[in-house]
Design a protein around this ligand. Sequence first.
Ligand code: ADP
Ligand code: MG
Length: 692
Amino acid sequence: MRREEQEALDAAVLKKAGEETEAVCGCAHRSSGKKTGHGSVETDLHKKSAETNENEPDDDDEDEMEPKQKLVQILVSAALLIAAAAIDHMNPGFPMWARFLIYLVPYLVAGFDVLKEAGESIGNGEIFNEDFLMCIATIGALLIGFVPGGKEQFAEAVFVMLFFQVGELFEGIAEGNSSRAISQMLDIRPDTANLEKNGEIVVVSPGDVAVGDTIVIRPGEKVPMDGVILEGTSSLDTVALTGESVPRDVKAGDPILSGCVNQSGVLRVKVEKAFGESTASKILELVQNAGASKSKSEKFISRFAKVYTPIVVFAAVVLAFVPPLFTGNFGTNFATWLLRALTFLIVSCPCALVVSVPLSFFGGIGSASKNGVLIKGSSFIDALAKADTVVFDKTGTLTKGVFEVTALHPDKLDEHELLHLAAHVERYSTHPIAVSLRTAFGHEDDGCSVEHVEEVAGQGIRAVVNGKTVCVGNTKMMDAVGAKWKSCDEPGTIIHVSIDGVYAGHIHISDVEKPDAKKAIEGLKAEGVRRTVMLTGDREAVAQRVAKDIGIDEYHAELLPADKVSQVEQLMKKKRSGGTLVFVGDGINDAPVLARADVGIAMGAMGSDAAIEAADVVLMDDQPSKIARAVRIARRTLRISKQNIVFAIAVKVAILVLAAAGLAPMWLAVFGDTGVLIICVLNSTRTLRAGI
Ligand code: ADP
Ligand code: MG
């Protein structure tokens, strides 16, 4: 895919995410990308990709106000408010309309953009947003002095608007921080590639480089696409991909992933994946789509806001008109009840929730990504936080998946020939066993013919090598072709080989457990995960040893991929109600299980592309212990967003009752709205912290 196309696609994806948000949310904070602080993370990302695309007109920009500008606006209007109050104080004889005009100046400076925004949204037919609420409330407060029996509220009106803007400022800064953390991941997208063409180096857009081309990466540059190093040594900074800033040393022959930063030497790299298919692009796609799957609390809040705001407006109208009708003299009582209704309107704005809850989830995703864990949407934060059963695949997940040949036990042929046949049959397989056998044999290109390769998931592989049908796999495979296999008591995985249905011997290979596998299980237990299970297609003996070593509760061995699915189905039935089942795999033949589980976690560095796509969460550095950390981050995120919901609703209800009873002065209403918003926003930024 060419770069422009990719960018257009990104922009479209982001726009879609933004539209979805707009569709479900009645509040301007989410539905408008035009004002300061109103740019949701999606819109900011949208902007980022639109910036680099000169052809796309971006008419949102003219309305944008940076936090700095907002601060200036707030300071200027605050100064004007003080001046107005001083003039007012020194001239007690001024008529009402003159005082109105004096306060109108700071009011307009503070609120011109809110007024404009409210006007525009009325034009678009969506009235029930918080700009509208604010405008009604403040204009009402400005005018109430003119109502017979009303006490003027000029300074209060300006103050309400001013403080509302302070809230916007805070929100803008907090959202900026979250989106910056996520954009740090966006920075992994390189802008150029140095293509080697006829011995010369030309700088081109990464989208123009083809698979098979050679590119040169100089120190300090980002790796633009996935490939293999032809020449040079260097150390790579993989922090953007893994969250870990330990440099990784690479040399000729090593694979190299896009998104890393080349630190020391010049590298010549043969491109193996097109730009759009490379790791960096894939990750970006995932991150950008993350906004689309909403958590339960986010959905609840948007639904809540949609119903709640019209109800509140209706209640305020009732409050203003009905009680004065029943309390005798309408003319004198109306002003009092109108003021109560206005106060009511200000407090009732649901923006604290509408803003802070999605913000905490974005923070949670950001914090996880700082730890090298990619969460594809906030709904998976919900699910991770409720993890009850965690099921692991063995090979490549709990073990490194790098097998070493420990013994060769041939039957009727020599050791070299046994390994030779096995390595050839495995020529095209990506299974970790295949890779290891090929590596152990070494020289593969010896002119032998390998045809009709057929991989049987969970059993092994068969192919015709130099005219003979050779099968390589476990005992199930041998039984399937009728070869009389011999058992062996040595520990480790045993790979049997048959030639034309006749047993030819076996190869012992052994894998090592990942150093943090034990820690992963301990961490999950500490988080209250009730049950940990290992599923494997490998032998019972190997499974038992690994399970015992790392302290896993339960294991099931010698499973075919379909058996893994049915095991997971059964475990799903046994989980605690309300709890979730998490499956962790490398995706080599476990993509169906990844998709079936409540949360599918895939190994990012070693896992297959299919797995990374099927998964909901990707561990960039393949360390299973990161799962416990992701659960902790998810729980913290949920805890913080719950705190916000409870706090905001409690404070608002209390002030609403006081306002209806006429006991809440306007400044208390402002606290109930903007004060609560600021506290909730500040609280939700705690989710972004990396350390946990
Ligand atoms: P796990 O469940 O541990 O990830 P798999 O389901 O991938 O393991 O494989 C199960 C068993 O099937 C392996 O232990 C091996 O005996 C056999 N097997 C699968 N694929 C191959 C292959 N490409 N070559 C040889 N044996 C294989
Ligand atoms: Mg596997």
